[in-house]
Write a protein that binds this ligand. Structure first.
Ligand SMILES: Nc1ncnc2c1ncn2[C@@H]1O[C@H](COP(=O)(O)OP(=O)(O)OP(=O)(O)O)[C@@H](O)[C@H]1O
Length: 232
């Protein structure tokens, strides 16, 4: 089976400071992979390279077997770590824009994800709480029915119920449609049970790549694994 995403020998520096060093991994269809690592390890940079928003200095990116392109981007939904919406846009307009832009956009699914988030159609994005904005971003991502879902810190700043709703949404999507999912998070407790594989990034290098279940058996939990590997 061919990989959904394949990275080989990825190198990236900012201002002469190396941020990614010889990063390699492959993401298979239907797998949920956790990309973990401390602040500044290079996770967000790597995700931006994976979706073609940043160019690597060296190395190769293949998405669905091809270099990133507009065609491949149409099959990927990317939730960045920071919002990029026009702040004056209203909720209703954001949903309408997504429906116009993406052929497969499922308005009903987006509304189901937004249920209980207390979002009013006429509210401007600048007026949303952080959790409401995160829910809207996630709704716009999953409702596209992507083949590859890339989520950068999807739980950051969310309350307990919103976190549960986010995890349920993502996992529900995975069980229904089996996209490949790549998630960075510092909130391991909520999601670690759903990972199939884990990649640990430290100072821009992959220091561990393994099946989640084997790590759970060996360390008891992924949280414990993280502590032992990162603070030996
Ligand atoms: N556009 C940029 N210009 C200069 N330096 C950058 C840029 N983007 C990222 N960096 C630097 O690259 C390093 C890695 O940043 P990155 O955001 O990828 O880390 P991260 O692992 O996602 O961190 P966190 O867990 O804190 O979100 C940091 O030192 C950051 O300052």
């Amino acid at each position: 089976m061919s990989s959904v995403l394949e990275l080989k020998g990825i190198e990236k520096s900012f201002g002469g400071h190396p941020v990614l060093r010889q990063v390699e991994f492959a993401l298979e269809p239907g797998k949920v992979v956790g990309l973990l690592g401390p602040n500044g390890a290079g996770k967000s940079t790597l995700l931006k390279i994976a979706v073609g928003l940043l160019m690597p200095d060296a190395g190769q990116v293949r998405v669905f077997g091809e270099p990133p392109s507009w065609q491949s981007l149409a099959r990927i939904a990317f939730l960045p770590d920071r919002g990029h919406f026009a702040r004056g846009l209203k909720v209703e307009a954001a949903l309408a824009m997504a429906a116009r832009l993406y052929d497969r956009f499922d308005r009903g699914l987006a509304e189901a994800v937004l249920k209980d988030a207390h979002l009013r159609p006429g509210t401007r994005l600048s007026e949303l709480s952080r959790g409401q904005e995160a829910r809207l971003h996630l709704a716009l991502c999953v409702a596209r029915h992507p083949e590859l879902l890339i989520l950068d810190e999807p739980l950051s700043g969310l309350d307990i119920l919103s976190r549960e709703a986010m995890v349920e949404t993502v996992i529900g999507t995975v069980s229904d449609e089996a996209p490949a999912v790549l998630i960075t998070t510092h909130d391991l407790d909520e999601v670690e049970g759903h990972f199939d594989e884990v990649i640990l990034l430290q100072e821009g290098k992959v220091v561990l790549k393994a099946e989640a279940e084997s790590l759970r058996v060996r360390y008891g939990s992924l949280r414990q694994m993280y502590k032992e590997v990162m603070q030996p």
